[in-house]
Design a binder for this molecule. Structure first.
Ligand code: GUN
Length: 291
């Protein structure tokens, strides 16, 4: 039986630490850190995620505001809002919830966010700093996965890791973070011809393919560490991930549940990035990011 990695509890501990950090800033007479969230359209899942993010910010004493825009919003209207938030000295972090409606080029919008305020770490500047291993905002979900792996106490150095998926949000930055921790990383994706055989060689699998229950028992090496980034509702209405949990759990050494694994960590890392953005902004001492 695998050891369950309790993302909910780990995230709660991190949020407590962040809350006391905010309290210290407030006690010194500073204003609270502030996040602006932008939500375009009426995707129900996005609406739920944004509500979670708002609530989590408030719980640790941060300021937050959400700009809700109709699904017909044009790219230029959204660019104007981003510029306004970039120029607002009281805004530390800007998060544009994805996906965006079809008429909007998401990379243009993400690229428009001032790198110091890009708390999702998705813009070219932050992804470039990540590639180089230099300080910058790291994308929240892969950063949360690294924290979960840290709690297992497993040394990643020299281990084989397989990342399934190559999105800018998870798969690609995950490959880089694991590489910086000296793992040997294989990136499996939709055009990979021997995904199962490659996954089976891995000591650590991060499943971020967006395919329900893709990773079956015969994809997993005995005693592997399994991290599930997926979240889907199956026909029976049950939440499932990218791992076929019941099949793979008995042979793994550690595994994240869905829900309660990676999900809560994404939000905790967003809060952490917001406080980092705030501290970089008030001190003005970030060596690579433009203010
Ligand atoms: N949509 C799904 N996950 C995320 C995330 O981490 N950040 C943003 N901006 N949008 C998302």
């Amino acid at each position: 039986m695998a050891q369950l990695i309790d993302g909910k509890a780990i995230a709660a501990d991190i949020r407590l630490d962040l809350k006391s950090k905010v309290e210290q800033h407030l006690a010194s007479g500073a204003r609270p850190p502030a996040l602006s969230v932008v939500l375009v359209g009426d995707d129900p899942a996005s609406g739920i995620y944004v509500n979670f993010k708002e609530k989590a910010c408030k719980q640790i004493g941060m300021k937050t505001e959400t700009h809700r825009l109709p699904k017909e919003t044009s790219e230029s209207e959204l660019v104007s809002l981003i510029d306004q938030l970039n120029n607002d000295p009281e805004v530390d972090g800007i998060l544009v919830q994805l996906p965006l409606p079809k008429q909007i080029d998401k990379l243009r919008i993400i690229g428009r966010i001032s790198p110091i305020k890009d708390v999702d770490g998705l813009g070219a500047k932050n992804q470039g700093l990540l590639s180089l291993g230099l300080a910058g905002h790291r994308p929240c979900t892969p950063l949360g996965v690294m924290k979960l792996l840290e709690t297992t106490g497993i040394d990643l150095s020299g281990k084989q890791a397989a990342v399934i998926g190559r999105s800018i949000l998870v798969g690609s930055p995950m490959v880089r973070l694991l590489g910086h921790a000296n793992a040997t990383v294989t990136n499996i994706h939709s055009r990979t011809t021997n995904a199962r055989a490659l996954a089976r060689e891995a000591d650590i699998i991060v499943a971020a393919a967006g395919v329900p229950e893709l990773v079956k028992k015969d994809w997993v090496k005995p005693e592997a560490v399994l991290i599930d980034v997926g979240i889907h509702r199956n026909e029976g209405g049950k939440l499932v991930g990218d791992l076929a949990f019941d099949e793979v759990e008995p042979i793994a050494s550690h595994i994240t549940p869905v829900p309660g694994g990676v999900g809560p960590m994404t939000i905790a890392m967003l809060l952490s990035n917001c406080i980092q953005a705030y501290e970089w902004r008030i001190t003005g001492d970030h060596p690579y990011l433009v203010y």
